[in-house]
Design a protein around this ligand. Structure first.
Ligand code: AMP
Length: 365
């Protein structure tokens, strides 16, 4: 049985690696074979909007899924009933537009940041008046890893950011002086079964996820985040894995964004949970029973960004799991990650800090 995946990045690659033990095969669609996924599975090469290739992918696959959210909905929709696609395209459409996402949070009673859509000078003036400073001006679509956004501290900043980002529909949000950021990942299958992972605490650097620690936080925070997640999963009669990122301020959760796919903050589940997010995504889109999400200990995941440190200096450590995505080095690029597991949260935190320092000095050389 073959799973078709649009996008051959590291997320697709990790899905394939999780699916082989289940007896699944994989076929990717990407713009080239110079991708992390092409090293582990065959790839159809062409544009993501290429109808002929998408039809071929559909013909050869049991179900089509995607490993990033900026795939063309129109092209997938054009496949009609000939293809089974999961997660649902309505959830994908919502996550592609920050305004639609915020509206859904509002509808489902999930607290989020104050915001206003900005598509003209007049609407920027109104947004600044209604929401005030500081704020963040972002593109509504195609933003990732902090790209396509600017923090706005003054009226001048706002106009400079507007000039830089104009041409795309924008959103202006209040700046949230958060205490920290968390995310929650869960899966639903077509039978309505839902599983939720322990909460992740996330640290970003230059807009890119640097460190995730899980499980994190008090049971009340976990329960509230899980309730919000369930509402979204049920709203879409969702099939697959979904992630929500939140700001935490004074113990309150404010939803920032969703991703209708496996997520970087869930990489620790490969070694750190009873069933990984990648396996649960596959189970969910195939309508199989979902696996337990229990943590096996206290995990920290560190992204390896821009430069790959030398593997041999690290892999001798106990319960240190090395992941190299097989990419060429480039500044700001996610090249791999490390997951470590400890018996207690304090040992995990101390070890993660030491490792971060070691990686920084190894990458600086
Ligand atoms: P995003 O692309 O929305 O996930 O933004 C990337 C990162 O920028 C977030 O993880 C936050 O660290 C920061 N950020 C985004 N929006 C805001 C905001 N409204 N207030 C404060 N920080 C933000």
């Amino acid at each position: 049985m073959t799973i078709g995946i649009v996008g051959g990045g590291q997320l697709g690659r990790m899905m394939a690696l999780a699916g082989y033990p289940l007896g699944l095969d994989f076929l990717f669609l990407d713009r080239s074979t110079d991708t992390p996924a092409a090293q582990v599975a065959p790839t159809l090469v062409g544009e993501f909007t290429d109808r002929k290739l998408l039809r071929e992918l559909a013909r050869r696959s049991e179900v089509i899924t995607f490993d990033w959210e900026n795939v063309s909905i129109e092209s997938l929709r054009a496949l009609g009933r000939s293809a089974s696609i999961a997660p649902p395209l309505a959830a994908l459409a919502m996550s592609q537009d920050r305004v639609a996402e915020k509206k859904l949070f509002g509808k489902l009673d999930i607290p989020t940041t104050h915001y206003a859509a900005v598509d003209s000078q007049a609407s920027l003036v109104r947004a600044l008046r209604d929401i005030g400073l500081p704020g963040v001006l972002k593109t509504r679509r195609l933003g990732y890893d902090g790209k396509g956004q600017a923090v706005v501290r003054s009226i001048e900043d706002a106009w400079l950011a507007f000039e830089r980002l104009r041409g795309s529909p924008l959103i202006y949000e209040e700046f949230v002086p958060f205490d920290y950021e968390v995310s929650i990942i869960g899966a639903r299958n077509r039978h309505g079964e839902i599983v939720v992972y322990p909460l992740n605490r996330n640290l970003h650097r230059d807009g890119i996820l640097r460190l995730t620690r899980a499980p994190w936080g008090a049971p009340t925070l976990q329960r509230r985040a899980a309730t919000h997640l369930r509402r979204i999963l049920e709203h879409f009669r969702y099939e697959g894995v979904l992630n929500i990122e939140f700001f935490v301020r004074g113990g309150r959760l404010l939803a920032n964004e969703t991703a209708p796919r496996v997520h970087n903050s869930g990489h620790w589940t490969i070694e750190g949970a009873a069933t990984s997010q990648f396996e649960n995504h596959l189970r969910a889109i195939l309508g199989l029973p979902l696996g337990a999400t229990t943590a096996r200990g206290h995990a920290a995941m560190i992204n390896l960004i821009g430069r790959m440190p030398s593997r041999n200096a690290f892999i001798g450590d106990d319960e240190l799991h090395w992941h190299d995505y097989g990419k060429t080095e480039r500044e700001g690029r996610k090249l791999g990650h490390i997951t470590l597991l400890e018996r207690t949260a304090s040992r995990r935190d101390a070890r993660a800090n030491r490792l971060l320092r070691r990686i920084d000095s190894a990458s600086a050389r």
